[in-house]
Design a protein around this ligand. Structure first.
Ligand code: MRU
Length: 330
């Protein structure tokens, strides 16, 4: 995988042969973004299967369960991680022998990687219908190729819009404290030849009030059955500001990001280390021993969301109804 902590200054690929390294990579944001950590978790289990010396099916499943728990504990908010791990565990338990389970697990993780790209492309095509020639689209965090296996969710929609022949500009928010917007989205879009401008998070209101942006699209880490969307910290204030300025606010997410079981109030918001806020990179920007509140995600309520784009179609409010229908049909 690409070591995303080194971007945009260095493009470094890292290789892992131990699932514990994958768990560390997820925890330390070497790889991040909901679909990317879902598939990374699956490959982590594939490594665990390869590493295992078990000679019986039961012992191999025990080794996989231990690895699953370690990978699962890395980050709590993006449901794709639990989804990816569960999918592999299910396939593993269907195998009859050690050799067969190892093969099944490896094949399934490769399949998940391939499917992630296909899903993003399908979602992009469907979502591109909502965008017009000469739109300027604001996006937050990084919901691009770097946050997925390739192509992206929110940025996938932007890519597909351009591929359909429409000319679009992008405004990327910096996304403090870890700067996924400036380090990753700006890097990724510039690399692919998009007209992208970077703004500090504090300039969202200014940009909307001054007509610099006419649509917003973001990804999601978890969408619950009522349509509450959990995404990178700051998403909620952008959605609120978009409503104030009557700017459509879109969310693009695959079905693997939906959590039909948990209630919005029970979703765990990851609280990250205060050092992400008291400095930028290695540079200290706050006094010693200052208290810090550093939630990595927030919740955007359904009334602020214009449409939710999935690989199976576009959802309209009321979301409780449209999400239910989507899951009944798929
Ligand atoms: O903390 P991160 O960088 O993993 O957070 C990522 C986000 O919030 C993304 O917007 C989300 O995962 C959607 S990615 C397609």
């Amino acid at each position: 995988m690409i070591d995303q902590t080194k971007l945009p200054n260095q493009l470094i690929y890292v290789k892992f042969s131990d699932y514990n390294q994958v768990a560390d990579a997820i925890m330390n944001l070497v790889v991040r973004g909901a679909p990317a950590i879902g598939v990374s978790g699956a490959f982590g289990l594939a490594l665990a299967a390869l590493q295992s010396n078990a000679s019986t099916k039961e012992n191999l499943l025990e080794d996989l369960e231990k690895a699953r728990n370690i990978l699962f504990e890395t980050r709590p908010t993006a449901i794709n991680l639990a989804w990816g791990l569960e999918r592999i565990m299910k396939v593993a338990s269907s195998g009859d022998s050690v050799e067969q389970i190892k093969e099944l697990v490896i094949n399934e993780s490769k399949k998940m990687a391939d499917q992630d790209i296909e899903i993003n492309k399908a979602m992009g095509k469907i979502g591109s219908e909502l965008f017009d020639n000469n739109d300027t689209i604001m996006t937050h965090c990084n919901a691009g190729a770097l946050a997925t296996v390739a192509y992206g969710t929110a940025l996938g929609v932007i890519r597909a819009t351009r591929e359909s022949g429409k000319n679009v500009k992008v405004i990327a928010t910096e996304t403090r404290p870890v700067q996924q917007g400036s380090r990753l989205t700006a890097f990724e879009l510039k690399h692919d030849g998009f007209d992208v401008s970077l703004i500090p998070d504090t300039a969202v209101g200014y940009s909307m009030a001054n007509g610099l942006v006419n649509k917003v699209i973001v990804g999601a880490d978890r969408i619950v059955k009522t349509g509450h969307v959990f995404n990178k910290i700051g998403t909620y204030q952008i959605a609120t500001m978009a409503k104030q300025h009557k700017i459509p606010f879109y969310v693009a997410a695959p079905l693997s990001t939906f959590d039909m079981k948990t209630n919005a109030k029970d979703v765990v918001i990851e609280m990250r280390n205060g050092s992400e806020v008291t400095g930028i990179g290695d540079k200290k920007t706050a006094p010693d021993d200052i208290g810090v509140i550093n939630p990595a995600f927030d919740m955007t309520p359904p009334e602020l969301i214009t449409r939710i784009i999935t690989e199976k179609g576009v959802l309209k409010p009321p979301y409780e109804e449209s999400i239910k229908k989507l899951f009944e049909a798929n």
